[in-house]
Design a protein around this ligand. Structure first.
Ligand code: G3P
Ligand code: MG
Length: 247
C-alpha cells in the first residue's frame, strides 16, 4: 500500500465470520490469530439480564435452538450448540456472553460492540452493558455502535468517556455533518461501504472522526476502501485484509 495512506485497522466482523461460526469464541480466536486489530460483535440482553453475543434477536439461524434471546434465560441459551450449523468441526461452541469475549481479547485490541436490541427493550441494555465493560476495566478498548443513534446518544450521556459510533446504510449528503447533529461527541462513522467515497472519508477524518465501513469482503472492495483512507475495515475475512495490507 502507498506510504501516504495510513494503514487501516483490520476489524474482524463477528470474529472471522467467513471462516468460523459468527460471534463464537472460536470465531474471535481465529480473527485474533489472523492478525485482526479489532473485533466486531453484536449484543442482546437475555431475559435474566445477561449480555449475550449474537447477531439475530433469535437463536434460530445460528444455533440448534430457537426462540427470542430477550425471552430466554442464559442457562437456556447456553444449552444450544452455536457451531455445528457452520461446520461439524465447530460442534460444541456455545453462544458467548460478553464477559467471555472481553476475557479472550488482549488489552489494546479494539472491541466494537454493536448494540442490537436497543429499541425493543427501551434502552434496558445500556446500563448492564456499561456495567460489564467497566467491571472488566475495558472501556478504553471499546467502541459502542448501533443503527439506533438515539441509543448511542443515551449511552454517551450515561457514560461520557465511552466512545460511540453511528452505524448506517444511507447515501448521506454530509456524513460528518450528520454526526455533528447528534448533540454529543461521536467517535466514529460505521457506514455501509457501498455508500461512502473518498471525499466523504476525507471530510469525516478532517472533522476528527474515525471511519469504519462494513462489511467489506471482496478483494476489489477492500482495495477501494484502503485507497479511500478509512481508519479501519470491518471484514468477515481478517486474514485476507491483513495479507493485502502486508503484501
Ligand atoms: O457493525 C457492522 C455490521 O456488523 C453491521 O451490520 O447486520 O452485520 O450487524 P450487521
Ligand atoms: Mg454487527
Amino acid at each position: 500500500m502507498s506510504s501516504t495512506i495510513k494503514r487501516p485497522l483490520v476489524i474482524g466482523h463477528r470474529g472471522a465470520a467467513g471462516e468460523a461460526p459468527e460471534n463464537t469464541l472460536a470465531s474471535f480466536r481465529l480473527a485474533l490469530a489472523q492478525g485482526a486489530d479489532g473485533l466486531e460483535l453484536d449484543v442482546h440482553l437475555s431475559n435474566d439480564g445477561e449480555i449475550v453475543v449474537c447477531h439475530d434477536a433469535t437463536l434460530d439461524r445460528t444455533t440448534d435452538g430457537s426462540g427470542r434471546i430477550g425471552e430466554l434465560r442464559l442457562e437456556e441459551i447456553r444449552r444450544c450448540d452455536a457451531g455445528a450449523w457452520f461446520h461439524e468441526s465447530f460442534r460444541g461452541e456455545r453462544v458467548p456472553v460478553l464477559a467471555e469475549v472481553l476475557e479472550l481479547t488482549p488489552p489494546g485490541v479494539l472491541l466494537n460492540i454493536e448494540v442490537k436490541d436497543a429499541e425493543g427493550s427501551a434502552g434496558a441494555i445500556i446500563d448492564p452493558l456499561l456495567e460489564r465493560v467497566n467491571r472488566q476495566g475495558r472501556l478504553r478498548d471499546v467502541v459502542f455502535s448501533s443503527f439506533d443513534h438515539k441509543c448511542m446518544r443515551e449511552l454517551k450521556r450515561r457514560e461520557p468517556t465511552a466512545r460511540i459510533g453511528l452505524l448506517y446504510a444511507a447515501n448521506l449528503a454530509d456524513h460528518a455533518g450528520y454526526a455533528a447533529l447528534l448533540g454529543v461527541a461521536v467517535h466514529s462513522l460505521h457506514p455501509d461501504y457501498r455508500l461512502i467515497g473518498r471525499d466523504d472519508v476525507a471530510a469525516a477524518v478532517a472533522a476528527g472522526l474515525c471511519v469504519y465501513p462494513y462489511t467489506v469482503n471482496r478483494i476489489e472492495a477492500l482495495r477501494d476502501m484502503i485507497a479511500c483512507g478509512v481508519t479501519g475495515i470491518i471484514t468477515d475475512f481478517p486474514a485476507r485484509l491483513a495479507a493485502l495490507l502486508d503484501g
